[in-house]
Design a protein around this ligand. Sequence first.
Ligand SMILES: [Zn+2]
Length: 150
Amino acid sequence: MCGDRLYSDWTGYWDGVLRKIPGAGALFPEGYLPRVGSPEPWVCTVRDCQTIFADAWVLGGHFSASHRASLLNDNLDGTMSVMCKRTTADPSSDRMPPIVISRNAIDAAIAPPKANPRRPRRRKKAEEVGHSEAFDLNDPSSPWDPDLLA
Ligand SMILES: [Zn+2]
């Protein structure tokens, strides 16, 4: 629990309306605020991640996958830090979702700086396929001669 709400929901005012938004796998620390008005308002709450998403449920998918098995400290400043990784699954689900294990305010004087918000990286596999199977006709090192297509 984060105060009187679950970590798995975000509750707060969005355009003046009190809303409760399910994280769909994401966990929201004390003081977390979506960037209301931005096209990508949902910033990953992990301090050294800060990946941005348009929808809370997409953040939830990222959180479940990228931060799987993380044991987190709620830094009480809207971010969380990974303390260690769990090694045993939930007996009921046999899965290892990330969980909050502590609530300790971060010491801004000695903590590593928060990452800059960034868009998700493209999947590596897709990039590799793209580069190996497609040639750029405008690239002089391409084995294709554009004149042959004229
Ligand atoms: Zn993240």
